[in-house]
Design a protein around this ligand. Sequence first.
Ligand code: ACO
Ligand code: KIV
Length: 560
Amino acid sequence: MTPIHSIIPSSQTKNIINKRPIYIPNYIPDPYYVRILDTTLRDGEQSPGAAMTPQEKLDIARQLAKLGVDVIEAGFPCSSPEEFKAVKMIAEQVGNDVGDDGYVPVIVGVARCNEKDIETAWEAVKHAMRPKISTFIATSPIHMEYKLGKSKEEVLEIACKMVKFAKNLGCYDIQFVPEDATRSEKDFLYKILEEIIKAGATSVAIPDTVGITMPWEYAKLISDIKANTPGIENVVLSTHCHNDLGLAVANTLEGARAGARQLEVTINGIGERAGNASSEEVVIALKCKRYEAFDGLYTAINTQHILKTSKMVEKYTGMHLQPHKALVGANAFVHESGIHQDGWLKHKATYEIISPECIGIKRSKGEGYVLGKLSGRAGLRNRLEELGFQLNNDEINSVFLNFKALGDKKKRVTDGDLRALVSNEITHTEPIWKLGDLQVTCGTFGLSTTTVKLITKNGSTHVACSVGQGSVDSALKAINLIVKEPIKLVEYSTTTIKNGANVTTSIVIGRENNNHESTSTPTQENVHPTFSGTAAGTDVVVSSVEAYIAALNKMLGYKE
Ligand SMILES: CC(=O)SCCNC(=O)CCNC(=O)[C@H](O)C(C)(C)COP(=O)(O)OP(=O)(O)OC[C@H]1O[C@@H](n2cnc3c(N)ncnc32)[C@H](O)[C@@H]1OP(=O)(O)O
Ligand SMILES: CC(C)C(=O)C(=O)O
């Protein structure tokens, strides 16, 4: 029988960086090699609100070079003086910096098909070791008629003239892009590509500008262009797919299968409107299914840098990732349900297609799953063992019932909650203190004040009043005045459920060690042992006080 984890050949889960063939603008010496053109700094920056400073763009370009991209599309130099400065800095610095594998990335400046844009782009990139201009003009009927106000003949003439113009400036690596290619008439597309190749283009990108194309249609377009465009074998064919229907990655991968050997992607999939094909998804899909689905295609991306690059782009652009974003979202390697946790604990590959380390995620103990109402005994037992509790089956079964009851009330059962559940299970002490009454005064005038009445197990009542920094603080201080114990608050959390109508509070306390000179903030590590209490109700102060008293009773009942 085939072992379940053999779906991922072990060579591919390890960090093997494939050797990159030498860079020749219009030809890739290895037919299985796929170039990655990263356009985070150009199309990615077209995400509404994602504008970056030149320094931020430079930092990202450096990181993209470490990631191992072949081509960095650095920006649109004629769009503003700062953009020009950013592209120039990237060209001069990153475009001349030899990476660990001896490679220097190509730096691209993007330009419309006009002399001013092209001259400006060339001025910005020309000092890179491998400068490139990418010039575009729309070829679809709707764009030519309404946006450009030009006929096919005019567009064809401008495109050829501008490719030659770029070449005459001294640029020998020129990409031509027929914008809105997927809505263009195919015969016109073949014709314009034939002519711009004759004019000197070295690569051609086929953009699905408005993200309307199905994966099989995109694959057919790439195959048709290869079959019908004279001279197409003399250039590198590239994808450029937008995500308006959520198909950018699928279309890009289909484009590669159909023969495109440069893939244009962005980190985290950011870009104009719904974004572009996500770099991490494209690269890892190729890596995971290199032989099964892609006939051996490979990239030179050092996947260990994926997470770091993703975080940097998220921070600089302010484009926050949804938790369930493939590969780099906060939940991408976190298991919530019991059946999954059980399988994952037995063998990671039951529910993970790659190891998170492969993209640079360092997962420590306790990470990889969260406990909640959908968890089972396997996840619960494992986390309790990680917290140092060894319970027998009867104890686990008993804790499990209370765990499920708590899970029904809270979104997430925390380590503090687990400690409280376990100590309920193993201490069984009769409560020493009970809450009698509680009265809180708070507002904007002066400090909060709480009066609390506690009742001991033999029925005597004790009342105290305290001010504090807020209602909960004054309430806990009033309790401390009564019980006269050296208590340290280690952890405090509340969860509101059902639109604020109900609140659950968890508190962890420890006995303050008077001999201990340390002034550091108390944590579960430096206050030993700790005791937890949980309470639920409609009022946050009342549930906080009840949780505190529950933890206090455990502390007082505890024998070393
Ligand atoms: C599909 C894509 O992602 S394309 C890239 C998109 N990126 C950008 O637009 C970069 C940022 N853009 C900018 O900073 C500005 O738009 C600039 C500086 C480029 C131009 O600004 P303006 O000169 O004020 O023109 P504006 O943006 O309003 O309109 C675009 C003009 O370019 C023309 N144009 C559009 N595409 C092209 C092209 N590929 N080649 C030549 N002209 C073009 C339009 O027809 C229009 O011309 P018009 O003013 O004669 O009607
Ligand atoms: C300029 C081109 C490459 C583009 O961004 C598009 O068509 O989406």
